[in-house]
Structure formats: C-alpha cells, structure tokens
Design a protein around this ligand. Structure first.
Ligand code: BDR
Ligand code: CA
Length: 309
C-alpha cells in the first residue's frame, strides 16, 4: 500500500521538483498539497503549487491555501533566490486547476483525523501551517505518523542569516511548536542539501528526459546563478526533493537521533536549530537529524522518476 503524505510547501523551484518527484512515485499517495507563505507570498505559492500539478498532469490532487504570514512575525520572503514569481526560469501563468475550497490547516486536521497514524507530513517551507494545525487541534499530534521536513542546519549553519536556515528563520515560533510536539521528526538540513548539487552533467541528464526534465533544468538553471555566486562550487543545492527522496530511499541517507531546539528569543540567532549532534546535553531526543547523503544515488533516483512522466 502506498504511504499517504501531505506536502506543505512554498514553491519555490526546489519545492516544485520535490512535488514532481512525489507525484511520479507510486510508493506515495499525495493526499493534498497545502500552500504556505514563504519563498514568495501565499497568493503566489498556492498558484505555483497548482501550476506544478498541471505540469505533472495531476489535476486530481487537491491544492489548498493556508497561512499567509508566520504565527507571530511579519513574513520574510526570498525573491532574491527564487525570482519574483517563485518559479522563475519558466513561463508562469494562471493555471486552470482551481484551488480546493477550505483552509489548508483545516484540511490537514481532517485528513489526520480520518486516517490516524497513516499520514506523513512533508513540510518544505516555513512550519506555519503545521504549527497552526497542532495548536488548533492538539489531538492530531498523536495521529501524525511522522513529520519529514526540510529545514535547519548544524555544521553548515545558515543561509538567510549566519545562524539560521530560511524555513526555520521565517517562522521560528512555528518550528518550536513542531519540534516540541512529540511527533517523530526527520530533519533534512542544509548539511545534507548542500551535498546534492546541480552539476552540469546532472542537469543535462534531466534535460535529456524531454518536457518535464527541460522544465526542471530551466528552474535549476535559474536559481543556480544565485547559489553558485554565493557558495561557489559546481551547482546549486536541491533542498526540498531530499524530503521525498528520504521517504523513497532512506538508505541513501544517514543521520542521528538527537535533540533539536529552536532559538526564538535572540534577534542575532533567530531561527537557529540548536542541534545536539555530539550529545553534550541530556535534553530528550526529538528528531532524526540527517547528516549525510549519497548524492549520486539521489540524482539517479530523481532522474529515473522524472523520466516516468
Ligand atoms: C529552503 O528555503 C527555500 O528557499 C527552499 O525552497 C528550501 O525549502 C532552503 O533553505
Ligand atoms: Ca521550500
């Protein structure tokens, strides 16, 4: 039986690739795609999620809009990485696929109550929708099979500030709710995503696949300009698809069960994931923090799945 998942997302080119990977994978049943404000405002992330479903030919998947701002702070966006539309690199249009009615937070709660213990939540953006759902319906904490999220950093530290990764930085209070929820969590931090780089050979392999591969190559070509200028190296990190790849082939990854706490007080280190990698405290383990990945295996999987379109 396919694993039921909900993808909570702020597309974002790398979010889009993660969605394409999930929708191409029969091991996964995508129950809903829930949009959140993050890389760009909600009006664009929900539209972009619908565009990705149309590109994938999967207009059967419900797309819902969620929170348009973090729990307690003004929204910070990342157009400097993703472009004005969030999906720069391809032509962005108003999709025919309508939004599904209702609020994403309510849909997450309903799905979990209808299938307790069966759904994995896959947040690819700020954790606002997930935290709002946990606050509105505390009973769902015991009904979430696992949360597998892209966010945070340890050795690689920050990308939006010297201390913090973007998704956690944007809504640290939401992240604190999630990490304090008691739900089993897998974290795909920058330490991992900065190892899956969009090298020329890997992107050429996408391009050779035809329409979907060319779309993915156009997206990675776009955000690569920014990332290569920033980090140097051979290509850009493909962050969010790591979440879906971990679900499909966890053997490509390795990590440790550790304690992770979120900095919410200090402005200097706001959104830092204080990850006790070396076990120097006796704080309870609350997350499987991934530290390494077989990058070639990851790209082999992604290319093979994109080739199924
Ligand atoms: C994360 O932030 C966003 O820019 C990406 O989509 C990814 O989810 C990386 O820090
Ligand atoms: Ca994202």
């Amino acid at each position: 039986m396919a694993q039921k998942i909900i993808i909570d997302t702020d597309p974002g080119q790398d979010d889009a690739v993660a969605i394409l990977l999930a929708l191409a994978s029969p091991e996964l049943e995508v129950r809903a795609i829930t949009a959140v404000a993050g890389n760009v405002p909600l009006a664009l992330t929900q539209r972009n999620a619908r565009i990705v479903c149309e590109i994938a030919g999967r207009t059967d998947v419900p797309v819902l809009a969620g929170c348009d701002a973090p729990l307690k702070r003004p929204l910070v966006t990342a157009e400097h990485v993703h472009g004005k539309t969030g999906l720069d690199g391809v032509d962005v249009y108003e999709p025919e696929l309508p939004l599904t009615e209702g609020h994403a937070v309510d849909r997450i709660i309903e799905e979990l109550r209808a299938a307790p213990g069966e759904i994995i939540l896959c947040p690819l953006g700020p954790l606002t929708n997930i935290a709002a759902a946990l606050q509105k319906a505390p009973d769902i904490a015991g009904k979430i099979a696992r949360i597998v999220l892209m966010g945070g950093a340890y050795f690689e530290v920050g990308n939006i500030t010297p201390a913090a990764e973007f998704n956690i930085y944007v809504d640290p209070e939401a992240a604190a709710v999630v990490f304090g929820s008691g739900v089993p969590i897998t974290v795909l931090p920058l330490d991992v995503t900065h190892k899956v780089l969009t090298t020329r050979a890997r992107i050429d392999a996408f391009r050779a696949l035809g329409r979907i591969g060319e779309t993915v190559a156009a997206w990675t070509d776009f955000f690569e300009r920014f990332d290569v200028a920033k980090y140097g190296g051979e290509g850009a990190p493909l962050h969010d698809p790591c979440v879906i790849a971990w679900l499909l082939k966890p053997e490509l990854f390795s990590g440790r069960e550790i304690n992770v706490e979120i900095e919410v007080e200090s402005e200097l280190t706001r959104g830092m994931t204080v990850a006790d990698w070396w076990g120097v405290t006796d704080r309870p383990k609350n997350a499987l923090f991934i530290g390494d990945v077989d990058a070639d295996g990851f790209f082999e999987l992604l290319t093979e799945r994109l080739g199924r379109y």
